[in-house]
Design a protein around this ligand. Structure first.
Ligand code: F3S
Length: 401
């Protein structure tokens, strides 16, 4: 693989041992995937933040980076951590877990990472432009950045995204190359999609059917940013879809419309939609309702706050989001409205990477296709998958009792 003089110097350790280590990883990846050269990235997004996922080994690794005085070269945000960093005591987190998690965040801060922990960096200040090369590692954010924005990233792992952040470089292969961004399968959507959970169900269906191919969707109309983040997250969870195109919606769709029409085709009917809801639920009596996978936008929070409208709920109702979005919710009075009903907002964390398995809930209700797919495995919980209005109604059952 061709390296510039500066890259050679970094690899030889002339900019420090830590940078050389990161360069080695980037160059090795490039060799494995046949990249001809490295390219500069404009931002990174690092997974592997929750103590539940990285454990003591990961913590030790981060200590090593911080001790060497390594700093990231490009703006880098974090994926959700294992707990609400300030408010963890209210959500059943142990002292031991909290101590380790806080140290992880402090270590990231030391190496120059912006310690906002969220899977929607594009909503809160890390927004790449069309065509820009980035190295992100949260699968739902990768899908959104590639598909909805038209930026370019491979599905980076926690380590490769961090190495890219430290060097400011990534190997030029995979989805960084124009020729690899063409659709491979046409998906004709015959079902009428109305809610985020409908989009999550479609994503679940397509991901499990096509695995890591690139779908081209026909028949999706008038979708919102929230619908798209649900769709991409579910496709990346039941499969490994990192890029999709939607006619009249995503920025690269028009140039591929002609080739898409000749591709192998699958359909998604009303019956498929109904079946997916069934497949993603295994129990109908939730004791926790968990919204915000991917992290809830301000509009999702507003919707729930106004729908609850001060009425008292009878179940735990947790909404996961990022700190900046929570600040907007505070500013608009939505947090108070939710709290009046009994619902709570959690920042910095999510229902999958926090240790929910240690809490006493049997069944978690969600409107997220991704969470419904992951909760049984990651958190050992039963799942009820439904649309947001039904979940709000569940929370209000027996109101006044
Ligand atoms: Fe985000 Fe956690 Fe879901 S990282 S996409 S809320 S599993």
């Amino acid at each position: 693989m061709y390296l510039t003089k500066e890259e050679e110097r970094m690899l030889k350790g002339e900019e420090g041992y830590g940078i050389a280590k990161a360069m080695k990883l980037i160059v090795k990846l490039g060799e494995i995937y046949g990249a001809e050269r490295l390219i500069k990235i404009s931002s990174s997004q690092a997974a592997g933040v929750s103590y539940k996922s990285i454990g003591d080994e990961g913590l030790e690794f981060l200590r090593g980076l911080a001790e060497e005085g390594i700093k990231v070269k490009v703006p880098t945000f974090l994926n959700p951590a294992g707990m609400d960093i300030e408010n963890w005591r209210n959500f059943g987190i142990s002292e031991k877990f909290a101590k380790k998690q806080k140290e992880i965040i402090e270590l990231f801060k030391k190496i120059g990472v912006t310690t906002v922990c969220s899977c929607v960096p594009y909503l809160i200040g890390n927004l790449p432009r069309y065509g820009e090369h980035i190295a992100w590692s949260e699968s739902s954010a990768i899908s959104f950045a590639n598909s909805v924005i038209g930026a370019r990233t491979n599905r980076e792992g926690a380590l490769s995204a961090l190495a890219a952040a430290i060097t400011g470089l990534t190997p030029n292969y995979g989805l960084h190359l124009e020729e690899n961004r063409k659709p491979r399968i046409l998906v004709k959507v015959k079902a009428k999609l109305k809610t985020n959970s409908d989009f999550g169900a479609l994503g679940y269906f397509v991901g499990k059917t096509i695995k890591n191919e690139i779908p081209y969707f026909l028949g999706i109309e008038n979708c919102s940013v929230d619908n798209l983040k649900s769709l991409g997250a579910a496709m990346a969870a039941s499969g490994a879809v990192a890029l999709y195109h939607i006619e009249n919606t995503t920025p690269e769709a028009e140039k591929y419309l002609e080739i898409a029409r000749d591709l192998e085709t699958i359909e998604f009917s009303e019956e498929d939609l109904k079946r997916c809801y069934g497949e993603l639920s295994d129990f109908a009596e939730p004791d926790l309702i968990a919204i915000g996978c991917p992290h809830a936008s301000l509009f999702e929070i507003e919707y729930i706050a106004k729908k609850l409208n001060g009425r008292k709920i009878n179940k735990e109702f947790w909404i996961y989001t990022s700190k900046p979005i929570k600040m907007l919710a505070d500013m608009m009075g939505y947090t108070k409205m939710l709290e009046k009903s009994g619902a709570k907002i959690l920042c910095d964390t999510c229902m999958v990477v926090s240790p929910l398995e240690e809490l006493d809930f049997k069944c978690i209700a969600t409107n997220s296709g991704k969470a419904a797919k992951y909760l049984p495995g990651f958190c050992k919980k039963k799942v009820f998958f439904s649309d947001i209005d039904s979940l709000i109604n569940k929370a209000l059952e027996n109101e006044g009792n």
